[in-house]
Design a protein around this ligand. Sequence first.
Ligand SMILES: *Cc1c(COP(=O)(O)O)cnc(C)c1O
Length: 469
Amino acid sequence: MDYISTRGNAPVLGFEEVMLAGLAKDGGLYVPREWPSLSRADIASLRGLSYAEIAERIVTPYVDGAIDRATLRGLIDAAYADFGHPAIAPLRQLDSNFWLLELFHGPTLAFKDFALQLLGHLFDEVLARRGEHVTIVGATSGDTGSAAIEACKGRETVDIFILHPDGRTSEIQRRQMTTVDAANVHNIAIDGTFDDCQDLVKAMFGDAAFRESMNLSAVNSINWARIMAQIVYYFSSAVALGAPDRKIVYAVPTGNFGDIFAGYAAKKMGLPIERLIVGTNANDILARFFQAGDMSARPVVPTLSPAMDIQVSSNFERLLFDLADNDPRIVNQAMASFREAGAMACPPEIRDRAREDFDAARLDDDGILSVISAIWERCGVLIDPHTATGIHAAEECASSPENPVVVLSTAHPAKFPDAVAKATGQSPELPARLAHILTAKERYSRLRNDLAAVQDHVRSHARAGGAPT
Ligand SMILES: *Cc1c(COP(=O)(O)O)cnc(C)c1O
């Protein structure tokens, strides 16, 4: 499989290079040159297969020769072995034709485990074969950091440094990162905000000498391999609900647009998806775009669903490129207008095409609390604040009652106990296999918001730089 950049000015690469590179050299995002396609019979043949078997079928054409099939299957099995539910991504019925797809049974209780667990195994396989070692640096406001740490802990080929804003993550989120006891995991609490952490990471990548000498790498959400891994649960849930004979509606709590773009990819591969519905919180740039064509950035406001507190959804660029029939000029113009004027000039025919597949709705914090409370009252199910935005969007936008509606439940309610308690009076319990983090010893360093200090720390704690180990 060849991968091309959405900006049209970076080398065409194969899977392995795309995975290791993350971002394309021209600032664009890699996408497959063509979508692999599954016939109705192919899709029907997925019925009754295990999650890992479905994953093997979906992922194989994207990996295409970079890793042999038996090895790939071994990595997939290992990636999902630690999930706390035998179905990996079980469906839970809320109403006659209304379902939650529970994506929170991974080691850190959020859907990011689906992609990062597989990515960790893929990285390790490829780096070990090449005799290379990378230093992963990243910033987190909560979920991504712990999922990346869980995916990389104990791996010989990787050192991982995660910066978090000191005192500004929830206690559970911090403990999920800092109680991991592995020599290659390095948590750094920065005396500053999440934006400060992100700026430090960008500056480290911007320092070419440092980047080279440490062989810096990222596992952020623009990595194609993450999207690829997320396509799988659209197929597994759709066939469980009767695809290809029925069309399915998906509603997705959305921030960076990675998860819902995976749904779009599934549709491009032939899965009969009737509609993809974007749920946003009060940071509603995507809802404004799909409803009214207004793609203008506003300041980010903190909400009860922090993983969606985003105004610039990086993966939207992949959709734009596809809707523009892979014309990088349209993407370059749109991205330039966004950078310069804070509002994306998107040709009206592109938005019309987007509207054929997508719909969107926003929900502010009061609304989030009422949805959590209503689902508890009506169904006796506790949901997290991110999932609430998806439920609302589904209720607002799903129009044909005969097709199943699936809301992606992206985090376990116990990750956000305060909001859940406020809405329902119930305190959701942490699954037993995570209870130890409440008492385990924490390991992290506190550093000033100072690039040189952070770089020194990384240099002196990483086991190796770019040289083969
Ligand atoms: C990351 C995250 C999201 C948003 O997913 P995107 O792929 O960024 O759109 C939603 N919910 C939770 C719990 C998350 O961690």
